[in-house]
Design a protein around this ligand. Structure first.
Ligand SMILES: C[S@@+](CC[C@H](N)C(=O)[O-])C[C@H]1O[C@@H](n2cnc3c(N)ncnc32)[C@H](O)[C@@H]1O
Length: 244
């Protein structure tokens, strides 16, 4: 079976810490967490200007497209609306690579979900947080920012019933750290809903490539739960831990 080349301490719950561990791959991206209660409106106002000079949707490892709302996040919102009544218990959720965070915001409308958010850029989660603050009164959501490879040190382990993620598998080079983060923070009986295009032109990732990668790990089983047969084909996957 495929194995990550380092082990994760399953008991580590260094929530909202900014410490690095020596054995984790190091990126230059700042990473950490804040509680939405602590977000000042002016933080969210100014952050976006930093990215105004970029003419591209994505600047790899600098800005990963979080200020734009991508197609698959609408697909995921529609899918979640169709299954939301299946979840009766209090349910912990995190949206990874949230950008504007539409799927997470959708679940957050229902009281039984506690939703946290993560994006590569702090400025992006600040903006998403501002949106969230305008929709609810009590906002104790956690907002994580930084590279997935660094966030295994910050996001609590085995904590989430549901992981949401949309348009985050375009870069094959990130599959290992994304799957590692799934494994780190998903509860034993949890489920990941992943929305993506079948193929990302120019960057080579896509649903079948991601499936192949995940199958090699032996950690998860994948089921296609919705196909969107548009010009650029898209799918939604439900991913669960494989039985030991
Ligand atoms: C194309 S955007 C999609 C945004 C949003 N989910 C949507 O569908 O509208 C890709 C998102 O993946 C996240 N991302 C990409 N690479 C990442 C990395 N190495 N570490 C953490 N987040 C990453 C970024 O947060 C970015 O917002």
């Amino acid at each position: 079976m495929f194995k990550f080349n380092f082990d994760i301490d399953e008991n580590s719950k260094r929530e909202c810490s900014n410490e690095k561990q020596d054995d984790i791959n190091v990126s230059n991206q700042e990473f950490g967490c804040f509680y939405l209660n602590d977000l000042q409106n002016e933080d969210a106002e100014h952050g976006r200007n930093k990215f105004d000079s970029y003419t591209s949707d994505l600047v790899p490892n600098v800005y990963e497209g979080g200020f734009k709302t991508w197609e698959c996040s609408h697909d995921l919102v529609a899918y979640l609306s169709s299954i939301v009544s299946n979840f009766q218990e209090m349910t912990t959720v995190i949206e990874l690579g949230c950008g504007s965070g539409l799927p997470g915001l959708e679940l957050n409308k229902h009281r039984r979900f506690h939703v946290d958010f993560q994006d590569f850029n702090r400025e992006v989660v600040e903006q998403t947080g501002k949106q969230l603050k305008s929709e609810e009164e009590n906002y104790n959501n956690r907002m994580f920012f930084g590279d997935w490879g660094d966030l295994v040190n910050v996001i609590p382990s085995k904590h989430y019933d549901i992981i949401l993620t949309s348009e985050t598998i375009y870069n094959i080079g990130n599959y290992r750290k994304l799957v590692q983060l799934f494994d780190h923070c998903l509860k034993a009986q949890g489920v990941i809903y992943l929305a993506a295009k079948i193929y990302y032109f120019g960057v080579q990732g896509g649903v079948r490539q991601f499936e192949e990668f995940i199958n090699k790990t032996g950690l998860f089983n994948i089921r296609v739960v919705r196909v969107i047969d548009a010009n650029v084909k898209r799918e939604i996957l439900a991913i669960k831990r494989s039985a030991c």
